[in-house]
Design a protein around this ligand. Structure first.
Ligand code: TA6
Length: 279
């Protein structure tokens, strides 16, 4: 079966399988991609072994959706609330070369208490031959305009962070959340990791490449002009209760977002943006 309801860590989820043998798992909690195994390759998504799947929690790892605010750029919960909510599977298309599943969530009393706007969110997950696309569509279903920031907080599993290099950010400016310095310029072709890294790069190229010894992964952003690069390194990992102390060796977050300039939707308008990952 191409889209199969399963329990993943006791949490309702959908497993997509492509005709070629690629697999992805998406939990209804947060509409969060928690696994992606392109055929013939190892797991590409990092998921913490200490992740909490209980109702209302934020699952540590996978591809959490940040909306209607990224981090603390707003008065609501950190990274918003979509990642904490239960979504529904709305559609599933079994196409000849790919699987397309759509998950939806609309405003409820609980979301209106956190953010006073009516909306419809749809997450499109498209599993192809060696590829995975995740696209978020937001519609303003209310009568008043609203603004938001957003990101796909993609946790990538890596074999050894010491050998990881990220290409595609040369010449762009960033805000360094570790040193709190703004307007820094990236001077490296290849970003490597040897300490805590938490940066918001603005107006980045739509294509990034994650290089590892085993091969590379290309990440293309669609309508998401900013890129966050995050690795908590050892000290910060120790302070995150649902992340093992040595997790920083096996993960890096490359997050496509619209963060530096909020997006605005008038009543009835929609916006769609996403990230396309290809082996
Ligand atoms: O996207 C990077 C970041 O904003 C970091 O500053 C870090 O705190 C991280 O997200 C994780 O946030 P969370 O709320 O999931 O613990």
């Amino acid at each position: 079966m191409a889209a199969e309801p399963i329990l993943f860590m006791d949490s309702p989820a959908i497993r997509l399988s492509s005709p070629q043998g690629d697999e992805a798992i998406i939990t209804l909690h947060g509409a969060q991609v928690v696994s992606w195994k392109p055929k013939g390759h190892t797991e590409r998504i990092y998921l913490s072994e200490l992740a909490d799947f209980s109702p209302g929690s934020a699952i540590r790892g996978g591809i959490p959706i940040c909306f209607p605010q990224f981090a603390d750029l707003g008065t609501g919960p950190f990274h918003g609330f979509l990642r904490n909510m239960e979504w529904q599977l709305a559609e599933c298309h079994d196409l000849s070369k790919e699987q397309h599943a759509v998950f939806i969530l609309s405003d409820t009393d609980a979301t209106l208490a956190l953010w006073p706007h009516q909306f419809r969110a749809a997450l499109h997950v498209i599993l192809g031959n060696g590829s995975l696309s995740v696209e978020l569509e937001i519609t303003n279903t209310g009568a008043r305009e609203f603004s938001f920031t957003t990101a796909l907080h993609t946790y990538l599993r890596v074999d050894d962070i010491a050998t990881v290099k990220v290409e595609g950010l040369l010449g762009t400016t960033y805000f360094d959340k570790v040193t709190r310095r703004d307007n820094q310029q990236e001077t490296r072709h290849f970003i490597d990791f040897s300490e805590q890294t938490d940066r918001i790069y603005s107006n980045t190229s739509s294509e990034l490449v994650l290089h590892e010894l085993k091969g590379s992964l290309t990440l293309c952003a669609l309508n998401l002009p900013d890129t966050v690069v995050w690795n908590p390194w050892q000290e910060r990992s120790r302070t995150i209760s649902d992340l093992p102390d040595d997790a920083y060796r096996s993960m890096v977050c490359l997050e496509a977002g619209s963060i530096m300039k909020p997006l605005t939707l008038l009543a009835g308008q929609s916006w769609r943006g996403g990230q396309h990952l290809k082996i």
